[in-house]
Design a protein around this ligand. Structure first.
Ligand code: MRU
Length: 348
C-alpha cells in the first residue's frame, strides 16, 4: 500500500505523496512550514477527508515543536494560531477540524506539564490518529464487504481509497479486502470532474492492485446502471450530519439519485471522525467553492471556455439521507432512520 502521509525521521516535517502528480509520477513532498502544510491541503496535494485530518495532526505537531518557549500560555497561544491557520485551508471535510481539535485538547488537558512533555504527548496523539484511522478503515472494509458478493459491479465516485485515508481506504476498502480473499469485482470509476480524482487516483489505485476497473465519464453513470452492470454504489464522505445527509465530492448526490431510479443500493462509507452530529442536517455543512480555472483550464492544453464566462465550482454536494441505503462505519452499518441509528452508535 502507498505510504501517503507520514512524519520524517527526525519529526521536523510531514512527508506526503503529491496526489496532484499521480498517476504520472510518484513524487513525495516534505512539508516543514505552516505555509507548506496549508498549501498542500488547499491545492489537494494531500486530499481525502481522513488523510487531511492525519496530515493536519502531524503538521500541527511539527509546528508545535518549533514554538520556542517554556511558558505554557505563550506556547498555547502560538499553537492556536497555527491551528486556526491550518483549519482554514479547506472547510467541508470535518476530519480537518476534528484532528486539530483533538490535538488542541492534548495541549489544554496537560497545561500543568512542562512544554517539552506536551510536545511529546502531541507526537503520541498524531500517531494515534493515523493508527486509529488504519483500524477504522479495516473495520469499514469488513462491513462493506458483507454488503456485496463475488462478481458484483460496483460504481464509485471520486477517490476514497488508500491515498485518501490509511491503508485500505473507505469506499474502496471492501474491494481491496475482497481481492485479498480471492473475490473479483467489476468497478466502474466516475472520472469525477473537474479535478479527476476518479481518473487519476481511483483507477490508478485499483488497477495497480489488480482489481478490474473501468473508467467512465461522470455522465455515463446512468447508462452503466441501466445496462445492469452495477449492483451497488460505494462512496466516501467528507461530513455526515446527524440526520444522515452526507457531503461528498461534487456529483455524488447525482449518482445517488440515479441509483434510486434504477433500484441500486447506494452506500456511504466513512469513519466516525467524519460524522458530525453538531450539524443537524446537510444544510449546516459549509460547501467549499473553488476557482473557475479548474473548470475552464485545468488539464486542458488551452482554455476550453470563454475567458470571461462565469463558473460555479462547488467542490462538494450533499446527498439527501433518503437516498442512502446505509452508512458504513467502523462500528457497524447505520440504517434509516439515521437520526436514531447515528445517535445510538456515536452520541456520547
Ligand atoms: O476534494 P477531495 O478530493 O478532497 O474530495 C474527497 C472526497 O470527496 C472523498 O470522497 C472523501 O474525502 C472521502 S475520502 C475517504
Amino acid at each position: 500500500m502507498i505510504d501517503n502521509v507520514r512524519l520524517n525521521e527526525n519529526e521536523t516535517a510531514v512527508i506526503i505523496i503529491d496526489q496532484t502528480k499521480l498517476p504520472g509520477a510518484e513524487e513525495y513532498l516534505t512539508l516543514g512550514t505552516a505555509e507548506d502544510l496549508y498549501d498542500a491541503v488547499f491545492e489537494l496535494k494531500v486530499r481525502g477527508a481522513p488523510a487531511i485530518g492525519i496530515c493536519a495532526g502531524f503538521g500541527i505537531y511539527v509546528l508545535a515543536k518549533t514554538i520556542d518557549t517554556e511558558d505554557y500560555e505563550e506556547f498555547a497561544a502560538q499553537f492556536k494560531k497555527y491551528k486556526d491557520y491550518l483549519n482554514s485551508s479547506r472547510p467541508t471535510a470535518v476530519n480537518l477540524s476534528w484532528a486539530l481539535n483533538r490535538m488542541e485538547s492534548v495541549v489544554e488537558k496537560n497545561r500543568s506539564l512542562p512544554v517539552a512533555q506536551i510536545k511529546a504527548l502531541l507526537g503520541k496523539e498524531c500517531r494515534a490518529i493515523q493508527e486509529e484511522d488504519r483500524q477504522m478503515c479495516r473495520a469499514i472494509s469488513e462491513y462493506g464487504l458483507s454488503l456485496i458478493k463475488d462478481g458484483d459491479g460496483i460504481l464509485t465516485h471520486c477517490n476514497a481509497g488508500p491515498l485518501a485515508t490509511s491503508e485500505y481506504g473507505t469506499a474502496l476498502g471492501p474491494l481491496f479486502l475482497g481481492k485479498e480473499r480471492g473475490m473479483e469485482f467489476h468497478v466502474f470509476a466516475d472520472e469525477t470532474r473537474p479535478l479527476l480524482q476518479g481518473a487519476r487516483l481511483t483507477s490508478y489505485e485499483l488497477s495497480r492492485a489488480g482489481i478490474d476497473v473501468t473508467l467512465i465519464c461522470d455522465n455515463m453513470a446512468s447508462l452503466v446502471m441501466k445496462n445492469g452492470w452495477i449492483q451497488a454504489c460505494f462512496v466516501g464522505c467528507d461530513r455526515v450530519a446527524a440526520n444522515g445527509d452526507a457531503a461528498n465530492k461534487i456529483g455524488t448526490s447525482g449518482v445517488a439519485i440515479l441509483a434510486k431510479h434504477y433500484g441500486i443500493p447506494f452506500y456511504v462509507l466513512g469513519p466516525s471522525s467524519t460524522i458530525d452530529l453538531s450539524c443537524k442536517t446537510g444544510d449546516d455543512i459549509v460547501i467549499e467553492l473553488r476557482s473557475p480555472d479548474e473548470i475552464k483550464k485545468k488539464f486542458y492544453e488551452k482554455p476550453m471556455a470563454p475567458e470571461a464566462v462565469r463558473c460555479y465550482n462547488p467542490a462538494f454536494d450533499v446527498t439527501d439521507h433518503t437516498l442512502i441505503s446505509g452508512i458504513v462505519t467502523e462500528k457497524g452499518i447505520c440504517r434509516a432512520p439515521y437520526t436514531e441509528s447515528l445517535a445510538a452508535m456515536f452520541a456520547r
